[in-house]
Design a protein around this ligand. Sequence first.
Ligand code: FES
Ligand SMILES: [Fe+2]
Length: 325
Amino acid sequence: MRVPLDHWYPLLESRELGRRPLGLERLGRRFVFWRTADGRAHAHDERCPHLGAALSGGTVCDDRLVCPFHGFAFDSGGACRVLPASGRDGTIPQGLAVTSYPVCERHGFVWLWWGARRETVPEPPYFPEFDDAGWRSTTSRVDWPVHYTRAIENQLDVAHLAIVHRTTIGRGGQTRVHGPHVEADATGIKVWTTNTRDDGTPAPSREALAAEAAKRPPTLHFLFPGLWRLTISDSLKNVIAFVPINERLTRYYLRLYHRHRNPLVAKPFEWAMAVSNRFILDQDRRVVVTQTPAVSLDATDDRLVAADRAIVAFRRQLRELLDAR
Ligand code: FES
Ligand SMILES: [Fe+2]
């Protein structure tokens, strides 16, 4: 799979990983996630280097991951420490190890560092505003049979709102896209949405849109490699973590942030928002699954227009990051 970036990827929620090893397909390959007794999460290739059994079918014993086939036990760094057939005092062949990956847990996700090992790796990307204790959040997940590039572009696309979502968030016929004003760099992309009805009012200049954008936070903020935030209001935001499973499948971890503190209000509100968000996403899904080619970077025939500025920025930045590897 073309997972281009040396980066932290949130691959599952912390609450999904309990005491038992968990085998998952992510980034186009199979991993096993597990925890040592201190609660720390670890990730290895799922394939046992001995005869290829799935380590996810094994157990954790003495802070080692034990293969279910011949009992080889691997430590959190991946090295084989026990080889039952060779006996207690037997030697373990040098280099007998399973590939392990740097893992950390932040913001309720288990993150895996993909790419070249570095002396020091940066912190996983996130939106610092959510460190504020006033936020409450709830997370749901859905899998789409699409490549993650198409999934992300769909959430940066401001021209589809009044068409695809005409019965929901795009009500009101605001088909005219002004700008959008877009700011992009190697960390991500910010988009300010200023759509209106097509009533003949002259379009604001690019300078006017930029000046307007300077006064308020972006409507959409995307962080590479796959984190997206929609600002609905100061106290209501949606975050999506796009998790590449393989070339044809992307998982969305959809997280709602709000500030309702009273559980009698918060719970029904979260439930209603989850239902509504799923309905809105299903409207997108119907068209996104039909897009060809599957990987947007291959879509050199796409005739992008002015309203697609954010998509253009995404492809350009992604290509640059790819080339910089
Ligand atoms: S296949 Fe894992 S120990 Fe033999
Ligand atoms: Fe949409």
